[in-house]
Design a protein around this ligand. Structure first.
Ligand code: FA5
Length: 352
């Protein structure tokens, strides 16, 4: 083939390809066209292969022109395929009964559980008040849960918590599911030197019957502050400030004398019932007008001694509050079971 013949062949292929592609009306016709011009044995492919018979200089010029033609034909082909494809899709849609103007189905997204929201709120306030954060295990030694906290052996005070014990080998340390977060006080005091200010949120377990305000598995946040000259007035100021920040209004709380072996004096802290306004006419506050929120007090000297701190130098306060009880007040939930039933209609109402 001469150079001129090669160039004429190129022009001929381009003209015939353009005519043929204009005549194609459905996507099915495109494949055969592609095979006959651009396929492995297609006309343009064979013409490009024939370049090897030309001298090097001519091969360079013709090769560039041939490749440019290949790019051009491929672009024409792709454009036509896109047009025919879209037309076919539209035709299909015309036939289909789907209404594409309808809004899409909602895409459900997970969200933070209200107890986690409440916990974050509470730990955020305490952290702004200078409390560090500590964690302890849910399976505890009987010593940390009771003994080190000044619960005497076989003392009825241990029965204040209906405890779930874990089976252990005879003679081994007794293990239990912690009944409160107070054992973290012991763990923290054994590993840190005073002065210290720490909170310990976590899960607690008691063999309590389920009712509107009790659950066998619930959560507490422990607070502990040990320094010099710490007393009940510091505890009261701290808790009043905490409750006011949590409820975003001047909270009404009251202290009732109470007994916990690891504090002296001990108090029970109640918050005025937000459901009946303290009138005492609802099941949440059991018609008392107040809801028990937490136990607290001044750290007992025996507890300080048990962790090697001199009670003549150091003093402190501690508190343990029920996260569920506070969250119920924050969100207006009347029954603690709403947190655990996983009813999506309830949970979906909470947004962080
Ligand atoms: C204690 O657990 C003490 N460790 C608190 C404490 C800490 C006292 C530090 C002194 C110093 P109490 O058993 O009262 O105390 O429980 C504290 C709070 O946990 C209760 O006020 C209540 O809000 C919550 N709580 C207790 N039992 C349950 C339960 N079964 N379900 C839900 N919340 C509970």
């Amino acid at each position: 083939m001469t150079l001129k013949e090669w160039e004429e062949k190129c022009a001929d292929i381009k003209a015939r390809f353009s005519d043929a592609i204009s005549a194609v009306a459905a996507p099915g016709g495109l494949d055969a066209l592609k095979v006959s011009f651009l396929g492995r044995a297609g006309e343009l492919t064979l013409l490009l292969k024939s370049l090897k018979d030309f001298p090097l200089e001519e091969r360079k010029t013709l090769g560039a022109a041939g490749n440019a033609l290949k790019t051009e034909l491929t672009a024409i082909f792709d454009a036509k395929a896109a047009v025919l494809g879209r037309a076919a899709l539209e035709a299909d849609l015309q036939k289909s009964s789907a209404d594409l103007t309808l809004p899409p189905y909602p895409f459900p997204r997970g969200r933070v559980h209200p107890l986690t929201m409440a916990l974050r709120e509470m730990t955020g306030i305490l952290s702004r008040m200078g409390f560090a954060r500590a964690e302890g295990p849910c399976v505890e030694t009987e010593f940390n849960n009771f003994g080190a906290l000044n619960f005497p052996e076989d003392h009825p005070a241990r029965e204040m918590h209906d405890t779930l014990y874990v089976k252990t080998a005879p003679g081994a340390d007794k293990l239990l599911l912690r009944t409160h977060t107070s054992p973290v006080q012991i763990r923290y005091m054994l590993s840190h030197k005073p002065p210290l200010r720490v909170m310990a949120p976590g899960r607690c377990f008691r063999n309590d019957a389920m009712d509107a305000s009790h659950s066998p598995v619930f959560h507490q946040i422990e607070g502990l502050y040990v320094d010099k000259n710490v007393g009940l007035s510091d505890l009261k100021a701290t808790l009043t400030q905490f409750m006011t920040a949590l409820f975003k209004k001047e909270a009404e709380i009251r202290f009732r004398p109470s007994f916990f072996p690891f504090v002296e004096p001990g108090v029970e802290v109640d918050v005025k019932c937000v459901f009946c306004g303290g009138v005492g006419q609802c099941s949440v506050c059991k018609s008392t007008g107040w809801i028990e929120m937490l136990g607290a007090g001044v750290v007992h000297p025996n507890v300080l001694k048990s962790v090697g701190m001199d009670p003549e130098i150091w003093s402190g306060f501690a508190f343990g509050m029920g996260i569920e009880r506070l969250a119920m007040l924050m969100y207006g939930i009347k029954d603690i079971r709403a947190f655990y039933e996983n009813d999506i209609r309830v949970l979906s109402q909470f947004r962080p």
